[in-house]
Design a protein around this ligand. Structure first.
Ligand SMILES: Nc1ncnc2c1ncn2[C@@H]1O[C@H](COP(=O)(O)OP(=O)(O)OP(=O)(O)O)[C@@H](O)[C@H]1O
Ligand SMILES: [Mg+2]
Length: 268
């Protein structure tokens, strides 16, 4: 089971777009069983799949805040066959407050997903912030994908995430955690975007995704209709690009598994 988190504290860097469409592609086109976990108060992962998350209950907040609630009580199907969802909404705002005093507050998500069975992939959609929620995600995941919008401060944000990942690895002894891919997003051909892209390639020669996600209005439209790109515009340029990114993530699986094994072995 691969556990992959889409993380960037910068808002609007395409975390949800990539998490949802990659999860749906794996389920639809690779016959995989996929669980998509939304950890954001905005609830956009559910909304992108046409799930009305306003006032929805139970949500991932109940799973994380109530010791009696188990994952099977919260998981729900989606219009995409093979894709299940742990939905979120603004209820999630109570999580950091309610669990603040618990000694195991950083490992709550990991604990709740520890005996998860029957899935090939668990995909996490992170909120645009670094804090207790993101630490929980990093401890529940083994791989991190960083989507980076091609804007001026992008490189700063990326360096900070790498630092946080290293911190979490050491502080919680989660050596298997690694950044498996850095995806350039919202690219438009400008001198600045090209400069940022070149720097990103230099900084992350191994992790950088070969496919760059360009600006494509159909991707935005698909979300506004609560559909994946595979439903809304399956032959569009946006769909082809998102598929290439999903394929690249899939192909990185064996490398990731090998280094996770090595990390576990060196811990023993
Ligand atoms: N390739 C693209 N071309 C045009 N618009 C896009 C593209 N990818 C995503 N968008 C749009 O950009 C906005 C932000 O994308 P998304 O919600 O995936 O980012 P995010 O990182 O999850 O944001 P947040 O930090 O708020 O959770 C959305 O409205 C989405 O539809
Ligand atoms: Mg999002």
């Amino acid at each position: 089971m691969r556990r992959i988190a889409f993380i960037n504290e910068k808002g609007g860097s395409c975390k949800t777009t990539l998490a949802v469409n990659t999860a749906a592609w794996l389920a639809q086109h690779r016959d995989a069983r996929v669980l998509l976990c939304d950890l954001d108060t905005q609830g956009h992962a559910g909304k992108s799949l046409g799930v009305d998350v306003r006032g929805l209950k139970p949500t991932i907040a109940d799973l994380l805040c109530d010791p009696a609630v188990q994952v099977n009580d919260v998981v729900r199907g989606t219009p995409v066959e093979g894709l299940d969802l742990l939905a979120s909404n603004k209820e999630m705002a109570r999580f950091p407050v309610e669990v603040a005093a618990l000694p195991d507050r950083d490992r709550l998500l990991r604990g709740k997903l520890s005996d998860l069975a029957g899935y090939d992939y668990v995909i996490f959609d992170a909120p645009p912030s670094m804090g207790l929620v993101t630490t929980n995600i990093m401890l529940a995941a083994d791989e991190i994908v960083i989507p980076v919008a091609m804007t001026y401060f992008a490189l700063d944000g990326c360096a900070e995430i790498i630092e946080t990942v290293q911190g979490v690895r050491e502080r919680f002894d989660h050596q298997a955690l690694q950044v498996s891919m850095v995806v350039p997003t919202l690219y438009r051909k400008t001198a600045l975007a090209d400069e940022i892209l070149a720097k990103l390639r230099e900084q992350f020669p191994a992790e950088i995704c070969r496919t760059v996600l360009g600006y494509n209005v159909q991707i935005d439209e698909a979300q506004s209709y609560g559909q994946t790109i595979w439903e809304y515009a399956p032959t569009s340029k946006g769909a082809l690009t998102l598929e290439a990114i999903a394929r690249e993530l899939l192909s990185r699986g064996s490398t990731v598994a090998a280094s996770a094994k090595a990390a576990t072995a060196s811990n023993q």
